[in-house]
Design a protein around this ligand. Sequence first.
Ligand code: NAG
Ligand code: NAG
Ligand code: NAG
Ligand code: NAG
Length: 265
Amino acid sequence: MGQLLSPVALLLLVSAASRAAEVLKPVVLLDPPWDRVLQEDRVTLKCQGFPPAANSSIQWLHNGSLISSHTPTYTIRSARAEDSGEYRCGTNISNLSFNISSNISSLSDPVQLQVRVGWLVLQAARWVIQEGEPIHLRCHSWRNKCVQKVTYLHADGRGVKYFHNNTDLHIPEAKHTFSGSYFCRGLVGKKNVSSETVIITVQGAANASISPSVLSWHLIAFGLVMGLLLAVDTALYFSVKRDLRSSLNTRKDYTFGWSKDILDK
Ligand SMILES: *[C@@H]1O[C@H](CO)[C@@H](O)[C@H](O)[C@H]1NC(C)=O
Ligand SMILES: *[C@@H]1O[C@H](CO)[C@@H](O)[C@H](O)[C@H]1NC(C)=O
Ligand SMILES: *[C@@H]1O[C@H](CO)[C@@H](O)[C@H](O)[C@H]1NC(C)=O
Ligand SMILES: *[C@@H]1O[C@H](CO)[C@@H](O)[C@H](O)[C@H]1NC(C)=O
């Protein structure tokens, strides 16, 4: 009987443990959300998803090296090109830092920050967008200098939108045909300046066709696991019943009576 129980118990333990790890995993958020910035911009990274008591043990990694900040919010007051790269946060990383690539539950996924040198940078809250979701683009200038005659353009030169004064571009519903390379251009004083081009991907119905097969694989896996559990359960049921029968037959012990009722129901 113990041999039968252990696989079930193990399955339950494993699923509970993996769920707990998911819950405890922190996330790094950028506030404001721009992951491409210009030199001298202020950047704030927030480590979220910790129980408050764990605050003091928060650690930050920049390109895999520990940085001195131990607060849930890490601020770069004046960004430099060297601040570019991958940021992660976690607790008690020091002892684990030799093996960052392993799946340590207390370490966040990385967030990429790019600090560019130039007059303009095209910023987006996200570069990969689902069809139907809003797109928010910003043509940000160095030291927030005044930019006029701002155009958001496709890399092929096709203008998307023109603003006499610098204004964020909001597209309420993304279409997958919007996917492509974009940049922005404008006048800083009398200088005609452009940002670098960036790639925006709108995942449309074409990509969505992948999900039914993914779904069916999940269903098959789910079915197999349920089938296995049922088989184990059934085996367990009959083995317990047999054990009870034999003990009842030999000893007629009344304390087994209620369990027998439940099992025979
Ligand atoms: C943990 O951090 C949060 C947010 O920064 C703060 O509100 C809270 O007081 C902190 N708790 C402790 C115990 O430091
Ligand atoms: C690393 O582990 C050792 C021993 O387990 C412990 O004494 C030390 O405080 C730990 N260091 C950190 C930074 O957690
Ligand atoms: C554009 O900006 C200038 C100065 O920054 C301001 O005087 C003007 O009213 C603005 N125009 C519009 C249409 O907002
Ligand atoms: C900036 O230069 C481009 C050509 O490089 C030109 O097409 C565009 O009209 C200029 N923009 C302004 C606002 O003058």
